[in-house]
Design a protein around this ligand. Structure first.
Ligand SMILES: C=CC1=C(C)c2cc3[nH]c(cc4nc(cc5[nH]c(cc1n2)c(C)c5CCC(=O)O)C(CCC(=O)O)=C4C)c(C)c3C=C
Ligand SMILES: [Fe+2]
Ligand SMILES: [Fe+2]
Length: 336
């Protein structure tokens, strides 16, 4: 007898509330993941417990507070009291559920915090889904994100006597429909401006350089994403280029750094810039606070005149159509 089919969307996760206590719980789970921080626990745990978890939660909670209700949604069932990333991922899951109808049960989960992977898998199995496709919502593969979702799935099913059949998507950075949606999102966003960007910065979340040196394909996939977008838009390397944001700690991360590049651009004659963030499938702290609020200030304080952050693909119809086709073709094929 054929069982029901489940689709599980997974993204990174956020605190349950923009408070120091909730942010501390979230950061403690996140920053204990060896895929995220590979330093020996003898060295890392004293730093994490003694310094980071004492200082960063209050600072991060303030940052979350600034963007908690952004972007505003008017007509969705997912409550506004959730963080932007969780809310948008919930809205994506809801839209995909409506698009699939009875054929596929769609749930969403966060790698850290709530709703947990365990709860989402429980929900799918309770609905009788013994075939589950897992779609990590990271276009580019990284050990710290995609592989960590794989670990999260393994951990969630560890104590189960019975398992569903599970398929896992590794990345989708080079899918033509994704590149086209990015390009169209730029066109649509530029149509809302009364000025024309002189350059577009494609800013991706950073990663320690050492992870790439040990074989992580993330940097190459980010560079290729920008190249494909450049081809789609028919623009030059000077006009559309890659940088890496969200550096954490004293080690070298992937370069060029987004903030340092923004400081230099006005001196090089670029005074009007747009930033697109193709590595984020939903707006979150790193796009709304770090780029839309902080990076724009950096650019303007250094002689820039106009700055705009392009919204992530979020619940754009072309993004949802793409995620549906991607799931059908690369996860659920032969099951439907
Ligand atoms: C400390 C190491 C970190 C690595 C390595 C890292 C990789 C990485 N992260 C994302 C995507 C997101 N990260 C987000 C927040 C965030 N990231 C780190 C640290 C690392 N990320 C921290 C400590 C935080 C929390 C916020 C803070 O205190 O600064 C988010 C947003 C979460 C939200 O709630 O909105 C995303 C998304 C990728 C893609 C990646 C590697 C490629
Ligand atoms: Fe610890
Ligand atoms: Fe991160």
């Amino acid at each position: 007898m054929s069982s029901k089919i489940g689709l599980l969307l997974v993204n990174l996760g956020s605190p349950d509330a923009p408070t120091p206590a909730a942010t501390r719980r979230y950061l403690a789970e996140f920053l204990h993941d060896r895929r995220v921080i590979d330093t020996s626990r003898w060295i890392w745990c004293p730093i994490l417990h003694g310094i980071i978890l004492r200082t960063r939660p209050a600072k991060s909670a303030k940052a979350y507070e600034k963007v908690w209700n952004e972007p505003e949604f008017s007509n969705q069932a997912v409550p506004v009291k959730l963080a932007p990333l969780v809310r948008i991922t919930g809205a994506q899951a809801q839209a995909l559920q409506e698009a699939f109808g009875e054929d596929v049960q769609v749930e969403y989960a966060m790698r850290y915090g709530n709703p947990s992977i365990e709860a989402a898998l429980d929900a799918l199995m309770e609905k009788g889904c013994m075939r589950v496709g897992v779609l990590p919502l990271y276009p580019q593969f990284a050990g710290a994100t995609t592989a960590s979702v794989f670990d999260g799935i393994s951990k969630a099913i560890k104590a189960r006597m019975d398992l569903p059949e599970i398929r896992f998507l590794r990345h989708y950075y080079d899918e033509p429909q994704y590149i086209k949606a990015l390009s169209d999102s730029l066109t649509d966003h530029f149509a809302t401006l009364d000025w024309k960007p002189e350059a577009i910065m494609a800013s991706y979340h950073g990663l320690p350089q050492s992870y790439v040196d040990k074989g992580d394909p993330y940097q190459a996939e980010c560079l290729r994403t920008t190249e494909l977008l450049r081809q789609e838009m028919n623009v030059s390397e000077d006009y559309l280029f890659t940088t890496f944001q969200s550096r954490f700690g004293p080690k070298a991360w992937l370069q060029p750094y987004t903030d340092k590049t923004l400081e230099q651009m006005p001196k090089k004659g670029v005074k009007k810039i747009a930033v697109v963030m193709p590595g984020f499938s939903a707006d979150c702290l790193e796009t709304l606070e770090e780029i839309k609020l902080e990076a724009s200030e950096t650019f303007l304080a250094n002689g820039g005149e106009k700055f705009t952050a392009v919204p992530c693909l979020n619940t754009r119809p072309d993004h949802l159509n793409f995620l549906k086709a991607l799931s059908e073709q690369r996860l659920l094929n032969g099951w439907l």
